[in-house]
Write a protein that binds this ligand. Structure first.
Ligand SMILES: Nc1ncnc2c1ncn2[C@@H]1O[C@H](COP(=O)(O)OP(=O)(O)O)[C@@H](O)[C@H]1O
Ligand SMILES: [Mg+2]
Length: 359
């Protein structure tokens, strides 16, 4: 799968851009504030219907416009071309796949899986546990087709139980959703554990390359005490749950603990190491996705040169070239990224929101 063409209108400072990347490495250069990150952000938005920089849609729509538009052509893994289109105004979103309107972000994400590494990515380590669950679930979602439906059922049951807890309903009423919650939770936990187990070899191999002998551990916590069991906890913790107004245990509280040399990666390693580690977590995910599904995903790497020193940059580029995925990199100067190992490559230059092809 790869992106063949993207026509952008009024996305941040990209007022009107026609982007025709190659299925290889695409290097986008330009001075600060020219629009490089915005271009990657537009690709990411097409897949996630949200940005990696902001939650505000008004940040994304060009200041002099009332709506943004993205029209793409995707080359799918079944070797067909499909058009994807998004129109977004302040209060309206229209998404079309193959000219048919779609409602769910899952539909578009399935067609167009995109992963991003950017200067804020280290927050995957330092930020809240929901970021690490998102990381985990990106993989589970794309690899395990049951996951989305099961997760939707779990979320529905959870929000109904929480509403009952908040409104201080009696025990019997609050317990109505326990069975559904428990069944879905066990299923979700099983899929997450299996995914991490399958991801681990890719991760270990990459970590070995970058962290030498340091012991890096990724420890999965399912969101409840296994010895007790979630079905029990839903019963025994009901009074506390009601007092708090929400369900304390379940896969919505799952966590990935990341340790380096026995210490938490949140506090025990440098920012540079955190950035490297997050890049490896994403690369492992892209590798596992490609090998387990036989499909490929798109990888966005914003500001690679600013993120990593020359040695690490070279190592990462060596890993990337072997991955045979479509890659979008940004840099201020083209000489910061050595693209000589790539057969298929294209360079672009952005200047004040205008994109030009260099070769
Ligand atoms: N909604 C918007 N409308 C117009 N311009 C915007 C909007 N949001 C951001 N910008 C501007 O777009 C420019 C490009 O930003 P960015 O893509 O981050 O540049 P780069 O990554 O090349 O440094 C910046 O000057 C920023 O101020
Ligand atoms: Mg930038």
């Amino acid at each position: 799968m790869h992106l063949m063409q993207l026509q952008i209108q009024n996305f941040r400072n990209l007022k009107k851009v026609n982007f025709e990347p190659v299925n290889g490495i695409n290097l986008i250069t330009g001075v600060n504030a020219s629009g490089k990150t915005s271009l990657l952000e537009a690709i990411y938005y097409l897949s996630h219907l949200r940005s990696f920089r902001t939650h505000q849609i008004t940040d994304l729509i060009n200041r002099n416009s009332t709506q943004l538009q993205l029209v793409a052509r995707i080359y799918t893994d079944t070797e067909t071309q499909i058009p994807l289109g998004i129109q977004r105004s302040r209060n309206k979103l229209e998404v079309r796949i193959n000219r048919q309107p779609v409602k769910r972000v899952a539909d578009i994400a399935t067609q167009f899986p995109v992963l991003a590494i950017h200067p804020d990515s280290y927050k995957l380590i330092t930020g809240s546990s929901s970021q690490r669950r998102q990381y985990l679930d990106w993989g589970v979602f794309h690899v395990e087709h049951d996951f989305f439906g099961v997760w939707q059922r779990y979320k529905r049951a959870l929000s109904q139980r929480n509403a009952a807890l908040k409104s201080k309903q009696n025990d019997a009423y609050c317990s109505l959703w326990n069975k559904e919650l428990f069944d879905m939770a066990v299923y979700i936990d099983g899929l997450r554990s299996k995914y991490l187990k399958n991801l681990q070899p890719y991760l270990s191999e990459l970590i070995r390359l970058f962290f030498n002998d340091e012991n890096v551990e990724i420890i999965y916590k399912r969101g409840w005490v296994e010895d007790i069991g979630l079905d029990q906890l839903l019963k025994t913790e009901l009074t506390k749950d009601r007092f708090r107004g929400f369900t304390q245990y379940g896969p919505h509280r799952a966590e990935l603990m990341i340790k380096v040399g026995g210490q938490s990666a949140q506090t025990g390693i440098s920012r540079g190491q955190q950035k490297t580690l997050v890049a490896l977590l994403r690369l492992a995910q892209a590798q596992q996705f490609t090998e387990s599904t036989g499909r490929s995903c798109v990888l966005l790497y914003d500001d690679l040169a600013a993120e990593l020193d020359a040695t690490h940059r070279k190592k990462i580029l060596d890993v990337l070239v072997k991955m045979k995925i479509q890659l979008f990199l940004t840099a201020i100067e083209s000489d910061q990224i050595d693209v000589s190992a790539w057969q298929s490559k294209k360079m672009f230059h952005v200047e004040q929101g205008q994109l030009t092809d260099l070769i």
